[in-house]
Design a protein. Structure first.
Lengths: 578, 180
C-alpha cells in the first residue's frame, strides 16, 4: 500500500531528525509542522518586503519627488516596479504561503488526526520550489533594468515587449517566479486533498471535518482547477518575451485580451482560494470563543462548494472595458452579483453563530470579528464594480483599489493574524501576551480603515491607479473635496496611516519575541477548551503529533452541549466518547 | 479511492486545465481569425507523420495496459516491467519521429515565430512532448522497482498518467494536423 509505505518512510526520517544538524532539520525536513513553519517564516519575510514597498510608493504619492527615508528618490520606473511587486508579493508570496501552505500544512494532519502528510517528500519538494520562486522574484529586482513594472496582472503587450516595459530580464524573471510558485502549490495541494480524504482518524466522517480543513481543501481544488490556463499563458508570455512569438501581440496576429482571459480565469477563483482558508479560521475561532456550535455546518459546506463552482464563471468582470461583447458583459454581471449571495450567506451564518453566544473578546476573537466587519465593506463595494454599467466609470480608479484592499487585507493580513494568534499556543506551547496582542490589533485595524476609506473617495473623484505623481493633473489636485481635505491631503492622510500601521507591526514582533523567550510552556494541550483534534496533541506537537492516534466520535463544534453540564464542562471534544 | 490514485488524478486534473488553456486559446484564436487556415502554413503539417505518431503512442498505451494486467492479475513484476520498458520505447520512438518532423519543418523556415499557428503548434506539441519525457523517466523508475516485485501498484498509476498523455495527443492530432 502506498500510504502505509510512504508514512513508514516518513517515520524513518523522523527518527533521524533528532540528531541532524540545522540544515537537515529546518531545510530538509519532511515533517509537516516544520514545513508549515518554513512557509510561515518565508511568507512573513516576504510580507515585510511587500509592506516596505507599499511604504515607499505611498510616500512618493504623498510627497512626490522627495527622498523617501530608507529608500531615497523614487524614479517612475522604480515606482512601477514597487507597485507591481507589492501586489505580486502580497498575493502569491504572502497570502498563499501563509493561509494555505503554512496553515494547511500545520492544521490538516493535526485536525484530521494523523501523524503526517501522506506524501511528506512531495511536501518538502513543494516548499523547496516555493523558496526557489521567492529567490527568483527577489533576484528580479536587482537585474539590469530593474524589477518588472507592468502591474501584477502583467497585461501584454506591455509585459510582453521589452521595448515597452524596459525590463527585459525583470519581466521574464517575474513570469518564471510566478510559474514556479504555481508548481509549488500544485504539489502542495496533492497532500492537502489526499491527507484530508484518506488519512482521517477512525470515526471521522466527512461532516466531522473541521471547517478550516474543508475550506483549505476546497481552496486547493479551486487553485488546481483554475491555474492551468495561466501556466499555459505564462509559457506563452515567456515565449513572447524571449523568442518573439506573437501570442499576445496584435501586430503579429495575436490577441492581448487572450492573456486577460487566461489571467483572470485563474485570477478570480484565486480570490476565493485565499478567502476560503481565512473564512475557515474565522469559523474555528468564533465557535470556540462564543461557545456555540457553528450555525448550519452543512449549509456552510454546501455554500463553499457553490461558491467554488460559481467562482469559475465571473472572471470577465475584469474586462468590462477591454472590448468584450456587451451581451457577454451582462452575463458576467449576473454571475458576479450572484456570487455575492453565498458569501453574504456565510456572513449571516457567522453572525448567527455569534448570536447569544458567551463571547470572550480575546485577541484571536477580535481578529475574527474584524475579519467579518472589514470583509463586509469589501464585499459590498464589489457590487458596484461587478455591475458592468458603474464599472465603466470605476474601472482602474482608486475605488477598485480600495475595494480589493478591503477584501485582501482582511484575507491576507487579518486572516493570517486570526490563525497565528489562535494556533500560536499549539505551535509553540506558549501563550502570547494578550495586552500586546490587543494593542497590535487596534494599531492595525484602525489605521487600515484610515488608509483605505479616503481612497474610496479619491476613486469616486476619478483618481486613476498607477500614476507616479498627481502633480501634473489639476483635476486630481482639487482642494476641499471631503471633510475639509483636499485630494493631496487625503493622500498624505492615507500614507501617514500606513506608516502608523506598519509601526504597530513592531508590537507583534515584540510579542513573538517575548513569547519565544518565555521558558515555561504555559499553554497546555487545550488552552481554549476547544473541540477539534489538534487540541488533543501536546503543545507543541512532537514527531508523530499524537501520543496515540485518536478516534473521533462527533463533530467539531459541540459547544454548550446540554449533556455535558453534569460533567461540569460546556464542550465535548471530538476524541471523547463519554 | 486509494491515495495513489487520488494523487495521480490530482496531477491529471491540473494537467487537463493546462492543456485546456493552450488548446482553448488555440481554438478561440483560429475561430476569431477566419482567414487563418488559408495562410497556407497550417496546411504544411504532415498528417502522415502525425498519424504514425498517433499509432505509436496508442500502441505504447496498449503495453501499459498489459503491464497493469501483469502486475495486478498475475502479480508478475518482471513481466510488468518488460511491458513498461516497451511502453517507454514507444515514447522514445514517438520523440524520435517528432524530432525528425520538427527538424524538417524548422529547416524549411517553419519556426516557432513563423506565424501564430506555428507558435501554437510548437508550444502545444512541446508541452506534450515534455510530458512524454517525464512519463518515460518515471516509467523506467517504476519498472526498475517492479522488476524486483516492489510497488506493483505503481504500475497502474503510471499507466493512468500515460493514458492521459496519450489522450492529449488524441486532441492535438486532429487540431494540429487534420483541421486545415
Amino acid at each position: 500500500m502506498a500510504t502505509a509505505e510512504v508514512t513508514h518512510e516518513a517515520h524513518d526520517d523522523h527518527g533521524h531528525h533528532e540528531d541532524e544538524g540545522f540544515f537537515k532539520k529546518y531545510l530538509w525536513s519532511v515533517d509537516h509542522k516544520v514545513i508549515a513553519v518554513q512557509y510561515l517564516v518565508t511568507g512573513m519575510a516576504m510580507a515585510v518586503i511587500g509592506g516596505f514597498f507599499a511604504y515607499v510608493f505611498r510616500m512618493q504619492l504623498a510627497f512626490p519627488g522627495e527622498a523617501v527615508p530608507g529608500f531615497g528618490i523614487v524614479s517612475p520606473a522604480e515606482y512601477n516596479a514597487l507597485v507591481t511587486n507589492h501586489g505580486t508579493i502580497m498575493i502569491f508570496w504572502v497570502a498563499m504561503p501563509v493561509l494555505i501552505a503554512a496553515f494547511g500544512n500545520f492544521l490538516i494532519p493535526l485536525m484530521v488526526g494523523c501523524d503526517d502528510m501522506v506524501f511528506p517528500k512531495i511536501n518538502r519538494l513543494s516548499y523547496q520550489i516555493f523558496l526557489l520562486s521567492a529567490i527568483v522574484l527577489i533576484s528580479s529586482f536587482f537585474v539590469e533594468g530593474g524589477g518588472f513594472g507592468g502591474a501584477w496582472t502583467a497585461y501584454p503587450p506591455l509585459s510582453a515587449v521589452s521595448e515597452y516595459n524596459l525590463t527585459p530580464l525583470g519581466a521574464t524573471l517575474w513570469v518564471v517566479a510566478v510559474a514556479l510558485e504555481f508548481v509549488a502549490f500544485l504539489l502542495g495541494g496533492i497532500n492537502f486533498i489526499t491527507t484530508a480524504m484518506n488519512s482521517r482518524a477512525p470515526g471521522m466522517r466527512l461532516y466531522d471535518i473541521p471547517m478550516a480543513v474543508w475550506m483549505i481543501v476546497v481552496a486547493s481544488i479551486l487553485f488546481m482547477a483554475s491555474v492551468g490556463p495561466l501556466i499555459a499563458g505564462a509559457i506563452m508570455l515567456i515565449f513572447d518575451q524571449t523568442l518573439n512569438t506573437g501570442f499576445f501581440d496584435p501586430a503579429k496576429g495575436g490577441d492581448p485580451v487572450l492573456w486577460q482571459h487566461l489571467f483572470w480565469f485563474f485570477g478570480h477563483p484565486e480570490v476565493y482560494v485565499v478567502l476560503l482558508p481565512a473564512l475557515g479560521f474565522v469559523a474555528e475561532i468564533i465557535t470556540t470563543f462564543s461557545r456555540k456550535p457553528l450555525f448550519a455546518y452543512r449549509t456552510v459546506l454546501y455554500t463553499v462548494f457553490g461558491t467554488g463552482i460559481l467562482s469559475f464563471t465571473v472572471w470577465a468582470h475584469h474586462q468590462f472595458i477591454s472590448g468584450i461583447d456587451p451581451r457577454m458583459a451582462h452575463i458576467f454581471t449576473i454571475t458576479t452579483l450572484l456570487i455575492s449571495v453565498p458569501i453574504a450567506e456565510m456572513m449571516f451564518v457567522y453572525i448567527a453563530t455569534l448570536y447569544k453566544g458567551s463571547i470572550t473578546l480575546n485577541t484571536p476573537m477580535l481578529w475574527a470579528l474584524a475579519f467579518i466587519g472589514e470583509f463586509l465593506i469589501g464585499g459590498v463595494t464589489g457590487i458596484f464594480l461587478g455591475a458592468s454599467g458603474p464599472d465603466v466609470f470605476y474601472h482602474d480608479t482608486y475605488f477598485v483599489l480600495a475595494h480589493f484592499h478591503y477584501t485582501f487585507f482582511p484575507i491576507a493580513i487579518i486572516g493570517s493574524f486570526c490563525g497565528l494568534t489562535y494556533w500560536w499556543p499549539k505551535m509553540t506551547g506558549k501563550m502570547m501576551n494578550e495586552t500586546l496582542g490587543k494593542i497590535h490589533f487596534w494599531g492595525t485595524v484602525i489605521p487600515f480603515n484610515v488608509i483605505f476609506l479616503p481612497l474610496f473617495v479619491l476613486g469616486q473623484l476619478g483618481q486613476h491607479r498607477r500614476i507616479y505623481s498627481y502633480e501634473g493633473f489639476g483635476e486630481l489636485m482639487r482642494e476641499d473635496v471631503w471633510l475639509g481635505m483636499g485630494m493631496q491631503d487625503m493622500r498624505v492622510l492615507a500614507t501617514m496611516a500606513l506608516v502608523v500601521m506598519l509601526a504597530f507591526q513592531v508590537v507583534f514582533f515584540v510579542n513573538v519575541f517575548i513569547t519565544l523567550r518565555k521558558k515555561e510552556k504555559d499553554a497546555g494541550p487545550n488552552p481554549y477548551n476547544a473541540n477539534s483534534l489538534e487540541w488533543l496533541a501536546p503543545s507543541p506537537p512532537g514527531h508523530g503529533n499524537f501520543a496515540e492516534l485518536p478516534t473521533v466520535y462527533r463533530g467539531p463544534y459541540e459547544y454548550s452541549h446540554p449533556d455535558r453540564k453534569a460533567k461540569g464542562t460546556d464542550f465535548w471534544p471530538q476524541w471523547e466518547k463519554e | 479511492m486509494t491515495t495513489g490514485r487520488l494523487a495521480v488524478w490530482w496531477v491529471i486534473g491540473s494537467e487537463i486545465v493546462i492543456f485546456g488553456g493552450v488548446l482553448g486559446s488555440y481554438i478561440m484564436h483560429r475561430l476569431a481569425n477566419e482567414g487563418w487556415a488559408n495562410v497556407g502554413f497550417a496546411g504544411s503539417t504532415n498528417e502522415y507523420i502525425g498519424l504514425t505518431n498517433t499509432f505509436v503512442l496508442l500502441t505504447s498505451s496498449l503495453f501499459a495496459v498489459l503491464a497493469h494486467y501483469a502486475a495486478e492479475h498475475e502479480q508478475d513484476g518482471k513481466k510488468a516491467a518488460n511491458y513498461l520498458y516497451l511502453t517507454t520505447a514507444g515514447g522514445g520512438l514517438f520523440l524520435c519521429i517528432k524530432a525528425f518532423e520538427w527538424y524538417t519543418e524548422i529547416s524549411h523556415g517553419l519556426t516557432i515565430t513563423a506565424n501564430n499557428f506555428w507558435s501554437f503548434y510548437y508550444v502545444a506539441a512541446g508541452i506534450h512532448a515534455s510530458h512524454v519525457i517525464a512519463g518515460m523517466i518515471i516509467m523506467v523508475i517504476v519498472a526498475h522497482r517492479a522488476k524486483q516485485n516492489l510497488d506493483l501498484h505503481r504500475v497502474e498509476l503510471i499507466g493512468v498518467y500515460w493514458h492521459f498523455v496519450d489522450l492529449v495527443w488524441i486532441f492535438l492530432f486532429p487540431l494540429l494536423y487534420i483541421a486545415k
